[in-house]
Design a binder for this molecule. Structure first.
Ligand code: PLP
Length: 354
């Protein structure tokens, strides 16, 4: 198989899912396994199902389509586009919503398809991405939605730590409890799903502070085995489900400080350099188009990443005990952004190990 290559270890992934699902069960929380980081490859999503998630979720229609034959309910995570209402009804069972016009379009598509579509209302609790900010608008929308024949309101939810980087804490959980009670009081609605957030919220499980929350939508915690708010490792999890192998295309002794007047690099930034003298520089055939340098870590921990460009990674191999040569491969384990880029890039071979 050709290089660069991302390797996905399904056994390790399933183990991570089992651990996290068990952890969440202690607080009565069921897990929606978020598949967008690996572009919804059905073989990989199957490891989520085998590990015990109750739902799958993705933010892209293309990915939901790939997973259409997996026998499990699926969430559309990104607020639907009106223009994709028909596909939403066909490929998602539940969608997250905050706009009445969109909900009406989905209702029309659902009538045409002879289906009932379930929705979760998104509440913005301060992170300032999606969700209702005004309580009045929220209540009006609920009232109007209740008039729609083919829409079923199943829950409320929120998303944090995405745009605003706001860490989910107990006051946010209480706010969801408030909205849950409000809908019961005003409309006699019993909500099945209180969807408390993404991986950034899982730290509340250990603290037993999840209140009314009974669902989390998890990607990072399942794939990387990490809790992102406080960067704690999840118990019994692997951090190397995803690794990448790149091939060395040049090895030379060169200075670590460029020669001449420094202007802009390939991405328009003015680079800075530390002068470490002459080093063994190894160029690999993969670049920023396919990977994120900040979230990839060499398995040989004596190797450092100097930097690179769209198509090249430049490594410092001086301190390694291995005498790397042209044609050798270097392995890295990957965190979230690097996995996302590598899985999305058509220039990266995907190897899925069962
Ligand atoms: C991506 C996404 C998630 C999962 O986020 P992780 O940080 O990977 O757990 C959950 N909810 C929504 C709405 C998302 O877009």
């Amino acid at each position: 198989m050709s290089y660069p290559k991302i390797i996905v270890d399904l056994k390790k992934l399933q183990k991570n899912v089992e651990s996290v699902v068990k952890h969440c069960e202690t607080e009565g929380i069921f897990v929606t396994g978020v598949t967008k980081v690996f572009c919804g490859y059905p073989e990989i999503a199957q490891a989520y199902i085998d590990g015990g998630v109750k739902y799958l979720g993705d933010s892209r229609m293309e990915n939901l389509k790939k997973m259409k034959d997996l026998d499990i309910e699926k969430y559309m995570l990104r607020l639907p586009m009106i223009s994709e209402a028909k596909d939403i009804v066909e490929y998602a069972d539940i969608s997250l919503n905050s706009e009445l016009a969109t909900i009406k379009a989905i209702n029309n598509a659902a009538i045409e398809a002879g289906k009932t579509h379930k929705i979760i209302f998104m509440m913005d609790l301060g992170d300032l991405r999606e969700g209702f900010f005004s309580e009045e608008e929220f209540l009006n929308t609920v009232e109007e939605t209740l008039k729609l024949s083919n829409i079923k309101i199943v829950g409320i939810g929120t998303n944090m730590a995405c745009y605003g980087g706001i860490v989910p804490e107990i006051e946010h959980v209480e706010k969801l409890g408030y909205f849950k009670d409000l809908l019961k009081e005003k409309f006699d609605l019993d909500l099945e799903i209180i969807s408390g957030g993404n991986s950034a919220t899982i730290h509340l499980v250990e603290k037993k502070s999840t209140g009314v929350i009974n669902n989390l939508r998890l990607g990072e915690t399942l794939t990387i085995g990490q809790e992102p708010s406080y960067e704690k490792r999840m118990p019994n999890s692997y951090d190397d489900v995803f690794t990448v192998e790149v091939e060395i295309i040049e090895v030379k002794e060169k200075p670590s400080y460029p020669i001449g007047k420094i202007g802009k690099d390939a991405f328009g930034n003015i680079p800075t350099f530390e002068d470490k003298g002459v080093r063994k520089r190894m160029i690999c055939a993969m670049g920023k188009q396919d990977i994120d340098f900040g979230t990839m870590f060499p398995l040989d921990d004596k190797i450092q990443i100097f930097g690179g460009s769209s198509d090249h990674i430049i490594l410092d191999g001086t301190d390694s005990e291995t005498d790397y040569k042209v044609g050798d491969k270097v392995k890295f384990k990957l965190e979230y952004v690097a996995v996302l880029r590598a899985m999305t890039s058509e220039y990266v071979t995907k190897e899925i190990i069962k």
